[in-house]
Design a protein around this ligand. Structure first.
Ligand code: SAM
Ligand code: FES
Length: 345
């Protein structure tokens, strides 16, 4: 084993210079990925947790330059699911073995705190053995507290990039990096299992930004880390930029597994979109979670964050079956489990 990977394994850390070398070269990939799989195996065996993703709204008041459902995209098709539709998705998902439901959406003012709490409460009442994860963007601490009191267990809010200058290039001035980071700290203090993360290969990203991402995550110590390639969307200001690269993304997954041995790390849909075996390769680089789509097929295409998103035509059961095979082909197995973060207190 090379000295660099040995040190990464032992210290669970590297200097900025060493990280730069690891991120920018492909010479370590093979041993880096094998070592990451070994670390995830010690923490989680060969188990893969599944999360049923329910995309509840494609309305958004924000205007992130990379995102297909940004408010200025007049071509975006807008929809929102009713409470009944969301609950139906959970019923279907439960029968398919899902024990975590992720409600994700744009920042849609229709979904008031009252509505969100109502939906969370109903899901938890009907499926007491399931976890509810929310991914609904930036809210006040009071709102996060209300959702938590209503029964929400986890919250996903990617920090997107920890580089201050880079953040400004990806977002309009009204969106503040400090606010997003404060949201993450609030969520942790309230007691959620918290997920953060970033896009790999987003426009203007430098290696230094990726290193800042790792340092920010080391400070935050999240329970989940979602990363995936930036993927071009034709109707956004970033239409001319190319999508992030598969290998860089896999390398970042493997580095994260070394820095955070017990973190929940998904092989994301975006990874599966830029390469036909992207999610399997993600698992073979240290990921241990997959998040198939449980949204009604009729709305899937409308939740278009980026071009050519996969799994927009399949029914939930087909997606589940397809993933079962993909996960098995990589040598892992899907388990029926809430899939909480190991040692979460
Ligand atoms: N509104 C919530 C939020 O801001 O966290 C959740 C929805 S948002 C669409 C979910 C994630 O999609 C973002 O955190 C971002 O990283 C990712 N995303 C958006 N546009 C993308 C693109 N073009 N390529 C890859 N990922 C993208
Ligand atoms: Fe709001 Fe993408 S700009 S979800």
């Amino acid at each position: 084993m090379s000295k660099l990977i040995e040190q990464l394994r032992e210290k669970r850390n590297l200097t900025d210079e060493q990280l730069k070398e690891l991120i920018e070269t492909d010479g370590y990939d093979k041993e880096l990925f094998a070592s990451a799989v070994d670390i995830r195996e010690k923490a989680y065996g060969r188990d893969v947790y599944i999360r049923g993703l329910i995309e509840i709204s494609s309305y958004c008041k924000n205007d992130c330059y990379y995102c297909g459902i940004r408010r200025s995209n007049e071509k975006a098709q807008r929809y929102r699911l009713s409470e009944e539709e969301i609950l139906e998705c959970c019923v279907t998902g439960y029968d398919l073995g899902f024990r975590t439901f992720v409600l994700q959406g744009g920042e849609d003012p229709y979904f008031t705190d009252e509505r969100i709490c109502d939906i969370v409460g109903k899901i938890k009442k009907r499926f007491p053995d399931c976890a509810v994860t929310l991914s609904l963007g930036e809210k006040s601490r009071e709102s996060y507290q209300k959702y938590f009191d209503a029964g929400a267990d986890r919250y996903l809010l990617r920090h997107e990039t920890a580089g201050a200058e880079h953040y400004r290039k990806l977002h309009p001035a009204e969106l503040l990096q400090e606010k997003r980071m404060q949201c993450l700290r609030d969520l942790k203090e309230i007691g959620y299992q918290v997920g953060s993360g970033f896009m790999v290969g987003s426009p203007y990203q430098k290696t230094e930004d990726l290193i800042s991402d790792l340092r920010f995550l080391q400070e935050l110590q999240p329970d989940m880390i979602g990363i995936g390639p930036f993927i071009t969307h034709q109707d956004t200001p970033f239409r001319e930029f190319t999508s992030g690269e598969l290998t860089l993304c896999l390398r970042m997954v493997a580095i994260l597994r070394h820095l955070f041995p017990e973190v929940l790390l998904p092989a994301t849909t975006a990874l599966g979109t830029i390469h036909p075996s992207g999610r399997e390769l993600g698992l073979l680089a240290g990921a241990n979670v997959v998040m198939p789509n449980l949204s009604p097929v009729g709305v899937r295409e409308k939740y278009s964050l980026y071009d050519n998103k996969i799994c927009t035509g399949e029914e939930a059961a087909e997606c589940r079956g397809c993933l079962e095979n993909r996960v098995a082909s990589a040598g892992f197995q899907i388990v029926v489990d809430r899939g909480d973060r190991k040692n979460f207190k």
